[in-house]
Write a protein that binds this ligand. Structure first.
Ligand code: ACM
Length: 758
C-alpha cells in the first residue's frame, strides 16, 4: 500500500477511534480472541451479543454493496450456525447485524466493526471493506471465546499492504475448478486479495486459447512419469488437463465475488516447452515434446516478429478473460543456450544492436510490456526481468531471495516479495517422518511468519514500492488436493497476518491459530499440524532401555504422553524431560492447550531392532546440492514410501553408530525415475566408479572416503524396491557410517529407504 495512502488511513483511523461510540458499562470479557489476521486496532468492550434465528441483517435502503455482503454473511452464518437470518432494509435494529457503506470510514478495504449487547454494526467506505468486516464477524462467531455470545469489541481495521497473495502452479499438476474455488473461499476468509495463477510451463499449457487450439490439444498433455502413472492409470496414458475459457472466467468471477483479483501468468521467453511442443515454429528449431522433467528445461520462444504476433494474440485472449491490471509474463530461468545457438536470434540481436542474450530478454520483455501498456495493463515478472532493460512501468516479483526486490525498489519499480525458499510452499514445514514429499529445507510456519516484507536495504523513501508479499506453491510434489492443502494450510494464515496486520506477534499468533485450525476442519480442509505435532526421538540407553525425547516445533502447549498404547489425553503424563522406557514400548504423545489436543497424536514403537534402524529421513545427506524427499512409484502396504535424497550426490551418513556386535546391515533401496532437467548444474552431478553395470552400495567407516566395510551389489534388486543384505567386519566403538551408491544418477536413480543393523 502506498505510504501516502497509509498515512491518510492512519489519520482516518485515529479520527475514527477518537469518535468512539458511547460504551455500555459492565465487565469486559478477557478471554483471548482468535482473529487471523489480527486487526489493526481492537478494543474489548462490555457486553456480548448472542446471535439467534430472530436476528436480522439490516442494510440502509439502496445500499447495494451492503445488500450484497449481507447475502454472503447470511450464507456463512447458515454454515456456521445452521440458521438463516433475514435480510432487511431500514434503520439498524437492536438485536441484529447492520451493514452500511459510509463515507466517514476512510481508506480502501478499511472497515469498523462494533459488537455490544445490542448487536453488531459493520461500516466501511467500500464493498471490500464491508466484506472484510463481515469476515471478521464470522471469525468472532466461530471463536471459542464466543461460546456464550460474541464478546463486545470495537475494531478499526485496514490492511498494511495492497498485494496479499498466493500463487498456485496448475501446470506441473492440475487442479479442478472446484478445488480452486475451495482455495479462493479460504483466501477470502484470510483477507488475501491476489490469486496469482501459474497457467503455463514446460510441463503443461493449461489455458484454452481459441486462436491456437494446439496449445491445449498438444500442450496440455505430457507423458506420465513415476507417481503420476498412478494418477493416469498407466504409463501409456498421458497426464492431461486444461481450463476452458468459460471455466477460467468462472474462476475470475468466483474470485471477484470474494474480492480477489486473479493475476494470470503466461511464461515467456523461457518455461516455453509445452507451447513450443504445440507450435514448433515458436521455438528455435528443436523438435520437443511437452516436458516430463522438473527443473530448468531450456526451450525458449524465438524472437521472430511472427512469434510476437502469436504472443500478442494469446495475450488478447488472456486479457479478455482476466480483467486484472497486472499480467504476469514469467521471465524466470530462461536459459539462453538456444538463443546463443540460433542464427536467427543472433541476427536479430545484431540488427537491434543488442550485445548479449540477457539484454535480448530485456528487449523481449519490454516489447511485451509495451503491448500490455497499450491495452491499459501492467506487466509483472519474476526478478530475472531486471537482468535486461526492464520497462519503467514493470513490477518485479522477487523470488531469488530479496535482492531483486531491493534492486528494483531502489530503482523505482513496484515490487512484490515472494522470496524462495522462505515463502515457497513446496518447501516442507517440518522434519516429522509423516511430512509428505517435497523440498526438505525446512521453511516452518515461524520462518514464514518472521519474514518482514520490507527489507531494511530498501531506502526509506522507496519502501512504498513494496506492494506486499505472496506465498508461492509450485506443484511438482503436490499431485493432489490433499497435498496442496497440507502445503498451504496453515501457512496461509501467516502470510495473511504479515500482509494485513501492522504488527507481527508470533506468540500471540500461535495461540490464536488453534481456533483457525478448527475453522479449516469445519470447512473440509485438512491442514498440516506440523507446528504443534510431537516429534519422538529415541536413542539406546543403559540396561537395555531407550531414552525418549519429545519436542514440538513451536513449544506451544503442554506435551503429554502415554507408554501403555492408549491415546494421550489432557490428563496423561506431562512431559518435562527425556525419560527412559523398557523395551519394547510404544510411546504416544500430543501437545495440549485449553484441554484440547493441538495436533493428531504421534506414536513410535520402540524395541531393540528399532534402535538399530534409520530411515533416509533420519540420515544426513552427504551434501546439499539438490536434496528432495521423493515418493516411490508404488505403494507398500497401501502407503508410498518417501525417500530423502540429494539427487546430485547419492550418499547418506549415519552419525555415531555403535559397531560392537554388529555383523550385518540390511539396506532397503528403491529405483526412481530421474526426471530432472538440471541445465548447467548437470556438470555438478557426483559420479562414483562402479564395479558392475547395476552399481553397488558401499559402506565406508568414519568418512565417505574412509575404510570400505562392505560392498552390496544392486543387481539383485532388479531395478525396483528391495532389501539387500551386507556383511560388516568386526569393529569396536562408535563410528560414522557412510552409504554411497556407485555409478551416476540418471536416467534412473537408486535411493536408500531404510538401514537396519543386525
Ligand atoms: C521460480 O521459482 N522459478 C519463479
Amino acid at each position: 500500500m502506498r505510504r501516502t495512502l497509509l498515512l491518510a488511513l492512519a489519520v482516518g483511523l485515529t479520527a475514527c477511534a477518537d469518535q468512539q461510540p458511547k460504551r455500555e458499562t459492565g465487565p469486559v470479557d478477557n478471554m483471548p480472541l482468535s482473529l487471523i489476521p489480527q486487526p489493526a486496532q481492537l478494543q474489548r468492550t462490555p457486553g456480548r451479543f448472542r446471535l439467534d434465528a430472530t436476528a436480522t441483517i439490516t442494510v440502509t435502503p439502496g445500499d447495494t454493496a451492503a445488500k450484497h455482503v449481507a447475502a454472503q454473511l447470511q450464507s456463512w452464518v447458515r454454515q456456521a450456525r445452521g440458521i438463516t437470518l433475514a435480510i432487511g432494509e431500514g434503520k439498524p435494529k437492536s438485536g441484529g447485524i447492520s451493514l452500511a457503506t459510509s463515507a466517514a470510514i476512510k481508506g480502501r478495504e478499511a472497515y469498523t466493526l462494533d459488537v455490544d449487547g445490542k448487536g453488531v454494526r459493520i461500516a466501511a467506505n467500500d464493498e471490500t471493506g464491508l466484506f472484510y468486516g463481515a469476515v471478521t464477524y464470522w471469525q468472532l462467531l466461530t471463536d471459542p471465546a464466543a461460546q456464550g455470545g460474541v464478546p463486545g469489541v470495537h475494531i478499526v481495521d485496514a490492511p498494511r499492504f495492497e498485494w496479499r497473495g498466493l500463487m498456485l502452479d496448475s501446470s506441473r499438476h492440475f487442479q479442478s475448478v472446484s478445488e480452486i474455488e475451495h482455495l479462493l473461499d479460504q483466501m477470502a476468509m484470510h483477507k488475501l486479495n491476489t490469486f496469482h495463477w501459474h497457467l503455463t510451463d514446460d510441463q503443461g499449457w493449461r489455458l484454452q486459447i481459441d486462436k491456437y487450439p494446439k496449445l491445449t490439444e498438444t500442450g496440455a498433455c505430457r507423458k506420465a512419469i513415476g507417481p503420476d502413472v498412478a494418477l493416469t492409470g498407466g504409463e501409456d496414458k498421458p497426464y492431461c488437463g486444461f481450463y476452458t475459457q468459460d471455466e477460467a472466467k468462472q474462476i475470475v468471477a468466483y474470485a471477484a465475488e470474494r474480492h480477489i483479483t486473479v493475476v494470470p501468468e503466461i511464461e515467456m521467453p523461457g518455461h516455453a516447452q509445452a507451447a513450443v511442443a504445440s507450435y514448433p515454429k515458436l521455438g528455435n528449431g528443436k523438435k520437443l515434446a511437452v516436458s516430463g522433467d522438473w527443473g530448468v528445461n531450456t526451450a525458449l520462444f524465438n524472437t521472430d516478429d511472427a512469434t510476437f504476433v502469436v504472443m500478442q494474440d494469446v495475450l488478447d485472449e488472456v486479457m479478455a478473460i482476466f480483467p486484472s491490471t497486472y499480467i504476469h509474463v514469467g521471465g524466470d530461468e530462461a536459459a539462453k543456450d538456444e538463443w546463443e545457438h540460433s542464427k536467427a536470434v543472433q541476427a536479430k540481436m545484431k540488427s537491434l544492436g543488442i550485445t548479449d542474450e540477457e539484454k535480448m530478454q530485456g528487449w523481449f520483455v519490454a516489447r511485451i510490456g509495451d503491448y500490455l501498456d497499450k491495452h491499459g495493463r501492467r506487466l509483472i515478472g519474476w526478478d530475472e526481468i531486471l537482468d535486461g532493460k526492464v520497462p519503467a512501468t514493470a513490477t518485479v516479483m522477487s523470488w531469488r531471495g530479496t535482492r531483486g526486490a531491493i534492486k528494483a525498489a531502489n530503482a523505482g519499480h513496484d515490487v512484490v516479495m515472494a522470496p524462495s525458499p522462505t515463502l515457497y510452499l513446496d518447501q516442507l514445514q517440518s522434519t516429522l517422518p509423516d511430512e509428505p514429499p517435497g523440498r526438505p529445507s525446512g521453511q516452518t510456519l515461524k520462518t514464514l511468519y518472521d519474514f518482514e516484507p520490507v527489507p531494511s536495504d530498501i531506502a526509506p523513501d522507496k519502501a512504498d514500492h513494496v506492494l506486499g508479499e505472496q506465498v508461492t506453491l509450485f506443484t511438482e510434489y503436490q499431485p493432489n488436493w490433499y497435498r496442496i492443502q497440507h502445503a498451504i494450510f496453515p501457512r496461509i494464515a501467516a502470510v495473511a497476518e504479515r500482509t494485513w496486520s501492522p504488527k507481527a506477534d508470533w506468540n500471540s499468533f500461535i495461540a490464536r491459530l488453534p481456533a483457525q485450525m478448527s475453522r479449516y476442519r469445519a470447512a473440509g480442509i485438512v491442514p498440516a499440524d506440523s507446528v504443534y505435532a510431537v516429534a519422538i526421538a529415541t536413542e539406546a540407553a543403559a540396561d537395555d532401555k531407550a531414552r525418549v525425547t519429545l519436542s514440538t516445533q513451536s513449544g506451544y502447549g503442554t506435551i503429554r504422553y502415554t507408554t501403555d498404547g492408549s491415546a494421550p489425553t489432557a490428563q496423561s503424563t506431562a512431559y518435562s524431560a527425556p525419560f527412559d522406557v523398557a523395551l519394547p514400548t510404544t510411546v504416544r504423545a500430543n501437545a495440549f492447550a485449553g484441554g484440547f489436543g493441538l495436533a493428531g497424536p504421534r506414536d513410535r514403537a520402540i524395541d531393540a531392532k528399532s534402535l538399530l534402524h534409520r530411515s533416509s529421513d533420519e540420515l544426513d545427506t552427504c551434501g546439499d546440492k539438490l536434496v528432495l524427499r521423493l515418493e516411490a512409484a508404488n505403494a507398500v502396504d497401501g502407503v508410498r514410501p518417501v525417500y530423502k535424497v540429494d539427487i546430485m550426490n547419492t550418499c547418506w551418513v549415519w552419525k555415531g553408530v555403535r559397531l560392537d556386535g554388529r555383523y550385518g546391515v540390511d539396506v532397503t533401496v528403491d529405483r526412481l525415475p530421474y526426471n530432472y532437467a538440471l541445465w548447467k548444474d548437470t556438470a555438478g552431478i557426483v559420479s562414483r566408479k562402479a564395479r558392475s553395470a547395476a552399481g553397488e552400495i558401499e559402506v565406508h567407516q568414519d568418512t565417505c572416503d574412509g575404510p570400505k566395510l562392505s560392498t552390496i551389489p544392486l543387481a539383485p534388486a532388479k531395478d525396483s524396491r528391495a532389501t539387500l543384505q551386507g556383511i560388516l567386519p568386526k569393529r569396536e566403538g562408535t563410528h560414522d557410517l557412510c552409504f554411497v551408491v556407485t555409478g551416476k544418477p540418471g536416467p534412473k536413480l537408486w535411493v536408500i529407504g531404510d538401514i537396519q543393523l543386525r
